[in-house]
Structures are given as structure tokens and as C-alpha cells.
Design a protein around this ligand. Structure first.
Ligand SMILES: Cc1cc2nc3c(=O)[nH]c(=O)nc-3n(C[C@H](O)[C@H](O)[C@H](O)COP(=O)(O)OP(=O)(O)OC[C@H]3O[C@@H](n4cnc5c(N)ncnc54)[C@H](O)[C@@H]3O)c2cc1C
Length: 471
């Protein structure tokens, strides 16, 4: 077991991508085996915050007190076997992708930040550009070993539903409480997942480090597509990009069936121009799309379908198309660059991130785009909008100067209220953590919050895990 108590060694664990300030822990505990982890938990009397890779956006891995539990030594990665792979929770997405590269498999949800750990992505139910078609982390976690704050454990598998009691290693049987709360049906990463007849596993996925500790995760893989048709399409008006996405989503054409539809507004492009100087000067918006092709034989016909499809649209002629796997990699770098640039800008200017993660049902797509744009334009606050347009799920980053901070928070609150009126969610991807609790309470209400607390109490009665997250 490794203990770090020197404040200089603790301080890297007091950060994530949210720029949240105010974390505190008196030590970092790093078990080197399951036995050490279990022994530590059985004797521990402090609050515990679980650390993943620290790329989270909601300060959920930043402790408020007690100690930090880092599973960084649990980074084993198995061999893909029959479409499944076992990984330790500290395995990064980057290492998973490297492992899969020479195989016939890929891991579809692809959250943008590849330094993120699989444990972190499971705890936040992370998603990425390809989630539009392939689904989110929840859809690919099929088994997990979980430790509880008291040192007991269980193995959760698909098919073990909450209709049956859950058996814990000490022989205790846990029954799911009789509650009325249900998670929304739209893309959602806010609070505990609760749906009728769900698997116990689903409760732990997206639980923000508050219910249990993932120590082994079995992921489901998919056969790699034989190729992707992909491009970054530029537009001289943002609205033209919104229209095209709407039309792509409604298209019934066989090969117009993308897995990614990612948006960049003009403020995103202005920032990206510093890194990608050949962005067309007329461009005021962009769409990164990818269409997976299963059989190589279909590639040409799919490419022709896309060319025909885009011919009579307002896409600028100097848009980019991927001609090779390395072009596709560059397009992913382009997508990754925008949140990274904003995080870097926030850090440099010591600005706390004020970024939204709301999603609304398809029905309100245009209402949402018009509402956001109208309000942002008239606010006078600097902002950037990018994200998963295919899922009606945008990241609005408010970039206020000192005088406008409160105004930005007020506008954020207004957006939340509107998204909730449209049956949306306050977090579709990053989780609630410490930064979105107020909005989560607004989303579910006091009564449901108490119901969710009753779930927490079953597994962590003394509220040791993830203090300050969700509740
Ligand atoms: C540039 C950039 C782009 C991003 N893009 C995306 C994106 O496209 N999609 C997306 O969903 N997110 C994105 N994120 C956010 C972030 O990458 C995800 O939230 C990711 O899932 C966090 O993983 P992590 O390992 O860094 O976890 P951390 O930030 O360390 O922790 C996150 C939460 O997971 C818990 N946790 C960690 N390990 C375990 C474990 N073993 N058991 C139980 N709980 C655990 C922690 O306690 C905490 O509550 C992005 C971040 C950055 C910086």
C-alpha cells in the first residue's frame, strides 16, 4: 500500500478539468492489490473520494475532506476474447484503443478525452461523438467487480436485475427500495440511473463515485467497421448547419446513417483557427460527421451517396473530407482540441468552468438552438458552443469577465429551466459531481432526491464515498 501525505504529492489529486478550487485531503491511499484495498476499507474511518484520471468536468473526484483513494495500480488490461475485454479501472481509453488497434474490435462510445480512465468513464457514464449511433458507456459495461465502503464486494453481471436481491460478499442480501423515481429517457448522465427491471449494474454506472468502487470492468466490444466516410463540413451561417443536421437525421437513405454529428459554432472556429489555420475564412460553423461502413465493398457507393447528398446543400466547397485513417485521426484531434483549448484558456485566466451539458428531446431541437443563440447573443457575455448536435446535446461554455460572472450563472439557470420544461436533462454526459447539484435538485425535486438518498444509504450508510457529489 502506498500512502502519500506530503501536500505537494497530494495536490495533483485536488484537480480535474473543472478548475474547481477548494479540495482538501490529508492523504492519498494507493492500494496495490485487492487484498490491500479490502483491508484498507475494512479499517478506514474517513471519508473517501475515488480518483480516476482527473479529466472530469464536475469536480467529482476532488475531495472535500478525508482521503483520496487512487486505483492507479489497477491498470491491467486483458486480451479481447470473443468480443469482450477485462480491464482494471485505471486503464486509460488511450491504452484500450492501443490494445484494440491490431484486433478486429473497437470500443464504440469514444469519449473525447482519451486520458480518462475506464473507471472514471463508468462512474460518469461517459459518452462521445459516436454515442449518437452506438450508445454510451452503460451500453458497453457488461460486468464489474464492485467494492463497498465497508470493504465488502460483489460482482455485477448483466441479467441480475433489481427485481431480485443482490448478494454481497459477507452474505448480506440487498433489496432495491420501493421508490417511484425514474430517470428520464433522453440521453442522460444525471444522478443514479433508475428504471423498472433494470440491472443492478446500471445503478452503479453513472453513480459519480458515491455508491461503490469499480475494481474490474468487463467491456463489450464491437467489430471494427471496415472504414469510415468522414468530413468536417463548413457553413457560412450557423443556421445552415442546424438545418443540415436535421435533414441528415431524417434521411432514410441507406448510406446516410452517421455515427457522429458534432457541431462547432463560430466562436469555436475562431479559437480553432489558431491551431488549424486552413479553416476556410468564410466559415461561421462546422459539422464533423463520421459514417461507419461495415463492408469495404460498400465504401465507394456510400461515399458517392454522401457526395450526392451534400451537393445541393449550403456546405462550403472548401470543406474537408477524410481520405485516409490518418485524416480521420486528425479530425478527431480537431474535435478534441476545442474543449482542450477552452479548458486551457480557463486555467490560464483562472476562470472556473461554467459549461453546460444539457440535452433535450428531438422535438425541441430547433427551439433549443434558437433559444440558446438568441439569449447568448443578447447577453453580451463571451461564449463558445460545440458538441453533440445529433443528440440535441450541446456544451455551452460561458466565458465571462469578472463583472459578468453572476450574469453568466443567471443565464445558465435560465437555460436549465427551459431545458427542463422541454423534458430534458441537466447533464447528458459529465455527471452531476459538485458543480451541478443545484440543477439536479431542480430537475428531480426534493422528494425524488430523498428517494435517491435512500439508495445511497443502502450501500454507504455513513456517506463515506464521494462526499459532496450529487447530494
Ligand atoms: C478535453 C476534454 C474532453 C472531454 N470530453 C468528454 C466527452 O466527450 N464525453 C464525456 O463523457 N466526458 C468528456 N470529458 C470529461 C471526462 O473525460 C469524463 O467525465 C471521464 O469519464 C472522467 O474520467 P476520469 O478517469 O478522468 O475520472 P475522474 O475525473 O478522475 O473522476 C470522475 C468520477 O469518477 C469516479 N471514479 C473514478 N474511478 C472510479 C472507480 N474506479 N470506481 C468508482 N468511481 C470512480 C470519481 O470518484 C469521480 O466521481 C472531457 C474532458 C476533457 C478534459
Amino acid at each position: 500500500m502506498i500512502y502519500k501525505t506530503d501536500p505537494h504529492l497530494i495536490s495533483p489529486y485536488l484537480k480535474d478539468a473543472s478548475n474547481y478550487i477548494g479540495g482538501f485531503a490529508d492523504k492519498v491511499v494507493i492500494p496495490e492489490s485487492i487484498e490491500e484495498l479490502s483491508c484498507f476499507l475494512k479499517t478506514n474511518t474517513q471519508q473517501i473520494t475515488i480518483a480516476g484520471a482527473g479529466t472530469g468536468m464536475t469536480a467529482s473526484r476532488i475531495p472535500l475532506s478525508g482521503c483520496i483513494l487512487s486505483l492507479e495500480r489497477f491498470n491491467s488490461i486483458g486480451n479481447p476474447d470473443g468480443g469482450f475485454i477485462d480491464v482494471g479501472p485505471a486503464t486509460s481509453l488511450e491504452n484500450l484503443y492501443k490494445k484494440l488497434e491490431p484486433t478486429e474490435y473497437f470500443y464504440p462510445p469514444n469519449p473525447t478525452e482519451t486520458l480518462a480512465s475506464i473507471g472514471g468513464t463508468a462512474a460518469t457514464n461517459a459518452s462521445g461523438s459516436r454515442s449518437y449511433k452506438f450508445g454510451v458507456t452503460r451500453d458497453y459495461v457488461i460486468e464489474a467487480d464492485i467494492f463497498f465502503s465497508d470493504g465488502n464486494s460483489t460482482t455485477l453481471k448483466r441479467g441480475l436485475t433489481i427485481d431480485d436481491p443482490l448478494e454481497i460478499s459477507n452474505g448480506r442480501k440487498v433489496f432495491f427500495p420501493n421508490i417511484s423515481y425514474k430517470s428520464p429517457l433522453c440521453k442522460n448522465a444525471a444522478g443514479y440511473y433508475v428504471r423498472p427491471n433494470m440491472d443492478w449494474l446500471d445503478l452503479f454506472i453513472g453513480s459519480d463515485g458515491t455508491l461503490g468502487i469499480f475494481t474490474r470492468i468487463r467491456l463489450k466490444l464491437k467489430f471494427s467497421p471496415s472504414s469510415f466516410i468522414s468530413g468536417i463540413l463548413f457553413f457560412d451561417k450557423e443556421e445552415e448547419c442546424w438545418d443540415l443536421v436535421d435533414s441528415i437525421k431524417k434521411s432514410k437513405q441507406k448510406f446516410i446513417n452517421p455515427c457522429s454529428l458534432e457541431y462547432f459554432d463560430r466562436h469555436s472556429l475562431n479559437r480553432l483557427r489558431k491551431k488549424f489555420s486552413h479553416i476556410p475564412t468564410a466559415a461561421q460553423a462546422a459539422l464533423f460527421f463520421e459514417n461507419d461502413i461495415d463492408r469495404q465493398i460498400d465504401h465507394k457507393i456510400a461515399l458517392d451517396s454522401w457526395i450526392d447528398y451534400l451537393e445541393n446543400t449550403s456546405v462550403l466547397s472548401d470543406s474537408w473530407f477524410a481520405l485516409s485513417a490518418s485524416d480521420l485521426k486528425k479530425f478527431h484531434e480537431f474535435r478534441h482540441a476545442i474543449p482542450a483549448l477552452i479548458n486551457e484558456e480557463n486555467s490560464r485566466l483562472k476562470r472556473t468552468k461554467i459549461g453546460t451539458d444539457m440535452a433535450v428531446p428531438d422535438l425541441y431541437y430547433f427551439d433549443m438552438m434558437n433559444f440558446y443563440t438568441r439569449e447568448l447573443e443578447s447577453s453580451g457575455i463571451e461564449y463558445v458552443v460545440f458538441g453533440h448536435l445529433g443528440d440535441n446535446h450541446l456544451h455551452i461554455n460561458f466565458l465571462p469577465d469578472e463583472q459578468n460572472i453572476q450574469k453568466a450563472h443567471d443565464l445558465y439557470a435560465k437555460f436549465v429551466s427551459q431545458a427542463l420544461k422541454w423534458n430534458g436533462t441537466v447533464s447528458a454526459e459529465h455527471g452531476i459531481g459538485k458543480l451541478k447539484k443545484k440543477y439536479f435538485l431542480q430537475m428531480v425535486g426534493e422528494d425524488s432526491m430523498n428517494q435517491l438518498k435512500s439508495i445511497k444509504k443502502i450501500f454507504d450508510p455513513d456517506f463515506y464515498l464521494g462526499k459532496g457529489n450529487i447530494f
